[in-house]
Ligand binder design. Structure first.
Ligand code: PGA
Length: 314
């Protein structure tokens, strides 16, 4: 058989997407270029890898066999790349990171200096909510994961590296802005904008109210941090978010932080991986870098908060 790695790469992409068009787009190729290579591969092997039913394509039995083999082949090549890099002692190659949505607001401040120091590292950052991130972690899809609370159900190693206070935010003109020491009971009567189920921020907020036996009566679910921020600014209601996500808005005065009993909720960021995970040199270097940058990150965040007129938590 004379199949090439290139053909296997294309085959794997088509099999993952079950679409020639999407595979071509992912690999920045034209669809005919992909089709020709797959045809050649099928000719080498002597049997079709895909079958078309109506507009959809499916893997044939032989296609399933080849797809399973591709998993082994590419995992082996990746492991080979890692060990060759390790032997050369060079910090280069892929770094697969996943972070909870809230962490996306500060991760660029860590990635920028890291990539300046190690320009041959290729980062693939995945941003998702806590629930999806836990699934990715248990499926071993990433090298390292950044989240706001260490999962109890998984066997992970976690290093705390930064504070992540959750604060209560309201539209600038909201009557509660002028009040101090607002009770949680009073807050529970307000229109509260919440993230989607599966969000760690939402879970932390709900835990806080439940601990005081309070129910949020007027929940409005807006499925992302950005939607909530815009909702606050538009006057839809108040919300609880990580302070790291609203530095610019606080600086611009488009929303205000409320003085609520028990807030800010103290949380931390953790960088984690499965205990059994074999960390590559790149991953180990990034992990050490993140932990070593914690003080500088804190100072940077405090500087941005001071510039926005907020000194809380600094
Ligand atoms: P979230 O997570 O983006 O899912 O709300 C934040 C966190 O877990 O701290």
């Amino acid at each position: 058989m004379h199949m090439t790695l290139r053909q296997l790469t294309l085959f794997r992409a088509v099999a993952q997407h079950l679409s020639f068009t999407r595979a071509a787009a992912e690999l920045s190729l034209t669809q005919p270029a992909v089709s020709i290579q797959i045809k050649q591969l099928e000719t080498h092997i002597g049997t079709p890898m895909f079958e078309q039913v109506g507009k959809r394509i499916f893997l044939t039995d032989a296609g399933h066999e080849l797809y399973a083999a591709c998993g082994d082949i590419f995992a082996r090549i990746e492991a080979l790349e890692l060990s060759l890099n390790e032997l050369q002692g060079s910090v280069k190659g892929k770094l697969k990171l996943s972070v909870v949505t809230t962490a996306a607001y500060f991760i660029p401040y860590l990635l920028k200096p890291f990539l300046e120091r190690y320009p041959e590292v290729k980062v693939r950052l995945n941003v998702t909510n806590r629930k999806t991130l836990l699934k990715r972690l248990s499926d071993n899809e990433d090298d390292l994961v950044i989240m706001g609370q260490v999962p109890e159900q998984l066997n992970v190693t976690a290093q705390k590296f930064l504070e992540s206070p959750l604060v209560v935010l309201a539209p600038a003109e909201h009557p509660l802005v002028a009040q101090s020491n607002i009770s949680l009971m009073q807050l529970a009567e307000e229109n509260i904008l919440v993230r989607e189920t599966g969000s760690g921020t939402r879970a932390a907020m709900e835990r806080c109210f439940a601990a005081h036996e309070l129910e949020l009566k007027n929940n409005i679910e807006l499925g992302s941090t950005e939607a909530i921020k815009q909702g606050i600014i538009a006057g839809m209601g108040i919300s609880v978010l990580s302070q790291h996500t609203v530095t610019l808005e606080l600086a611009a005065g488009t929303m205000k932080m409320l003085d609520v009993e028990g807030f800010p909720l103290k949380r931390h960021w953790y960088i984690t991986h499965l205990v059994d995970k074999q960390l590559s040199l790149v991953s180990r270097t990034f992990l050490e870098f993140v932990v070593s940058q914690a003080d500088e990150m804190t100072q940077l965040i405090c500087k941005r908060l001071r510039e926005s007129g907020q000194t809380l938590n600094c």
